[in-house]
Design a binder for this molecule. Structure first.
Ligand code: MLT
Length: 264
């Protein structure tokens, strides 16, 4: 389905009745990365499950050159308004988590709970910002296959690479389905994102932090340390998973989020 939000066609899915849970996807994938969680949680008959594609990914259009986290958070708020959802649990993985922090800053009173997976509150270092610009230019010059070649080794664990070829293939397919413009706009947007570390101590909603034990992008110790700064936050690690923990170890990821959501 599509909604016209902030002058942009945003693709989303919306199933079930109950506590609204919004799923925010990673870079440079799309909302189909949450298909397993959505199907399994729908069967629990307790939740309204919503996912959306960021601008330039999946089926959403891209009218802008830089997709800042604030702009994407505005799309989340716009979609909530459009669907008549006042408050929702946000489940964001990696870039989805960066957007979740922007949501917290912009409309924290509408966040009923937070699942932060394989993400970090901190901003990019100057070196990371320069890398983002390289990613943006590579996408523009060589297209999405070059991005898949570059990103895949960072995104999944050695275990996944060696033992789950179909998971790697699915991730490659998702990356190749993105648009070069969407990748460039999001990479430049992530480079500009604010440091949200100041928000941690004031997070008042139930929060679950999840970390892939072999995440090459967010070291486990860093995830544990920011989780420790969120009052009452739960922390879970997923063995044999890298950065895309829900795709690499779907059963364990699902069990962890399902038990958290049931506690709300
Ligand atoms: C993601 O998975 O969303 C990205 O890898 C995040 C990042 O590069 O910081």
């Amino acid at each position: 389905m599509k909604a016209f939000i902030n002058n942009t066609q945003i693709a989303y899915s919306d199933h079930g009745i109950g506590l609204p849970v919004l799923f925010l996807h990673a870079f440079p994938l799309n909302r189909s990365m949450w298909a397993g969680e959505l199907t399994a949680l729908l069967a629990e008959e307790r939740y309204r499950l919503v996912s959306l594609d960021w601008r330039g990914f999946g089926e959403s259009e891209l009218p802008n050159e830089v997709s800042t986290m604030e702009l994407l958070a505005g799309d989340v708020a716009g979609l909530m308004d459009y669907l008549g959802i006042e408050k929702a649990v946000l489940c964001g993985l990696s870039m989805g988590g960066y957007v979740a922090f922007a949501c917290l800053r912009q409309f924290g009173q509408r966040v009923a709970g937070l699942i932060l997976a394989d993400t970090r509150p901190g901003a990019d270092s100057p070196e990371a910002q320069a890398n983002r610009e390289n990613v943006a230019r590579l996408a523009e010059a060589q297209g999405t296959s070059a991005i898949a070649d570059l990103q895949l080794p960072r995104l999944i664990s050695d275990y996944t690479r060696q033992h789950q070829l179909e998971v790697e293939a699915r991730i490659r397919q998702m990356i190749e389905a993105a648009t070069p413009g969407g990748i460039a706009a999001a990479a430049r947007g992530m480079a500009q994102r604010a440091d949200s570390s100041d928000l941690l101590a004031d997070i008042a909603c139930p929060t679950l932090v999840i970390a892939g034990a072999q995440d090459a992008i967010i070291p486990l110790a860093e995830a544990q340390s920011y989780a420790d700064r969120i009052p009452g936050a739960q922390f879970a690690t997923i063995p044999q998973a890298g950065h895309l923990s829900n795709l690499e170890q779907p059963d364990m990821f699902l069990a962890i989020i399902s038990s958290f959501l049931r506690s709300l």
